[in-house]
Design a protein around this ligand. Structure first.
Ligand SMILES: NC(=O)c1ccc[n+]([C@@H]2O[C@H](COP(=O)([O-])OP(=O)(O)OC[C@H]3O[C@@H](n4cnc5c(N)ncnc54)[C@H](OP(=O)(O)O)[C@@H]3O)[C@@H](O)[C@H]2O)c1
Length: 363
């Protein structure tokens, strides 16, 4: 048995959009047990997780060393997704680094870091591509792999680098890519040009993270960068039409129009992090942060190795059409209606917990 084999995994971000399918995949056959961190054990999402076998909770915040220590202690694995939309980039960096350091001190054997692309570096340090929630993770990801060069026998580490959830194209996600229905046409108005977004499927995130824990020898030191495909929004609209039989379109929208009139115009100048200090000059606004985000996709800065993903996950979702088909069927089975019904604003649901909490006044 590998010295990095794990059985009990401490999860930060477990009640989130990303964390839920990851926890489900880890406990599906009871190979692993989970202790997840949450600020609120009474939330619907926390209670749903606690209804699963092999899942327990630690109540508290990741921005607290004593809580982090308590979370890691007695576990041998960790999946850490620090929510930068709580902290902002600066504090996210600090708590992510402390998480790694405390994990190793508390005896974790394998550490998986929920990462995003270091877009600024990948662009050749061009500020047009600066997105704090990407760079904040990506820098720490590189730092972790660097530490791992000397620490890897004591604690293995891997990066799980994901990207924009495809679920966000039909949910009210903070509405960055939520469609409007205009004269019966489902319409995505986003500043993407001829670019393409390497969307990820949350269900496949569960598979990939499980794979990392199942294969610690190969995963140690790995940066597993995932996506369904690079999806152009004209193709996204065509796939939606094909699956639902309802018309859809993509309208390329310049950044100025997007921020002036688009669905996020009201928060354009607020901090991209609800606990970030608006007076701290390091705090990015939503406008600056997501301008860099859209430019990453518009100009093709982020790459993926799809043949590697085919090898690791032969049954992975490979196209927007495939995802739409599965999601249409899943929604119907759950009584939420098909995709066409779910694209109507009155039926939007929030895939992101933070957005759900804001809508319900909890944040
Ligand atoms: N949106 C995307 O497409 C996307 C894609 C890849 C990565 N990400 C990154 O993922 C992170 C957010 O996770 P998510 O997408 O799953 O969002 P989410 O659905 O809003 O979930 C946020 C999670 O963070 C937890 N959390 C927030 N503040 C916390 C604190 N102080 N202490 C402990 N837990 C805390 C929440 O737990 P409780 O509320 O239960 O405490 C919840 O589990 C962000 O850093 C974002 O950049 C987002």
């Amino acid at each position: 048995m590998s010295s990095h084999t794990t059985s009990k995994i401490f999860v930060i971000g477990g009640t989130g959009a990303q964390g839920i399918p990851i926890i489900r995949a880890l406990v599906a056959d009871k190979k692993y047990s989970i202790r997840f961190l949450s600020r609120d054990s009474s939330s619907r999402r926390a209670m749903d997780l606690l209804a699963l076998d092999n899942v327990s909770i630690l109540e508290g915040s990741f921005a607290d060393e004593a809580i982090l220590r308590e979370g890691f202690r007695g576990c041998d694995g960790a999946f850490i997704n620090i929510d930068g939309f709580n902290t902002g980039e600066k504090a996210e960096t600090y708590w992510a680094i402390r998480s790694y350091e405390i994990a190793i001190e508390e005896g974790i054997k394998f550490f998986v870091y929920g990462n995003l692309d270091y877009g600024l570096k990948k662009s050749g340090y061009d500020s047009r591509f600066r997105a704090g929630h990407y760079d904040g993770k990506g820098r720490v990801g590189e730092w972790i792999l660097f530490q791992n060069q000397v620490n890897s026998d004591r604690m293995g580490a891997a990066l799980f680098t994901s990207g924009p959830y495809i679920e966000m194209v039909i949910s009210s996600t903070g509405a960055l890519m939520t469609p409007t229905v205009e004269d019966g046409v489902v319409t995505w108005r986003v500043p993407l040009g001829e670019g393409a977004v390497p969307h990820v499927s949350l269900e496949d995130c569960g598979f990939y993270v499980r794979w990392l824990f199942d294969h610690p020898e190969r995963a140690n030191g790995m940066d597993l960068e995932v996506a369904i495909d690079h999806i152009a929004y004209a193709d996204l609209a065509a796939a939606f039409e094909k699956v639902t039989g309802h018309p859809a379109q993509y309208i390329d929208t310049d950044l100025d129009t997007y921020w002036r009139y688009g669905p996020r115009s009201a928060i354009a100048d607020t901090p991209a992090g609800y606990n970030a200090d608006p007076n701290d000059k390091s705090t990015m606004s939503f406008r600056d942060n997501f301008t860099g985000f859209w430019n990453l996709w518009k100009y093709g800065i982020v790459k993926r190795d799809y043949s590697l993903l085919d090898e690791i996950h032969p049954n992975r979702i490979r196209s927007a059409e495939q995802w739409f088909r599965r999601e249409d069927q899943r929604g119907r089975e759950l009584g939420q209606g098909g995709l066409w019904e779910r694209a109507q604003s009155e039926n939007w649901n929030s895939i992101l917990k933070s957005v759900e909490d804001m809508r319900t006044g909890k944040l």
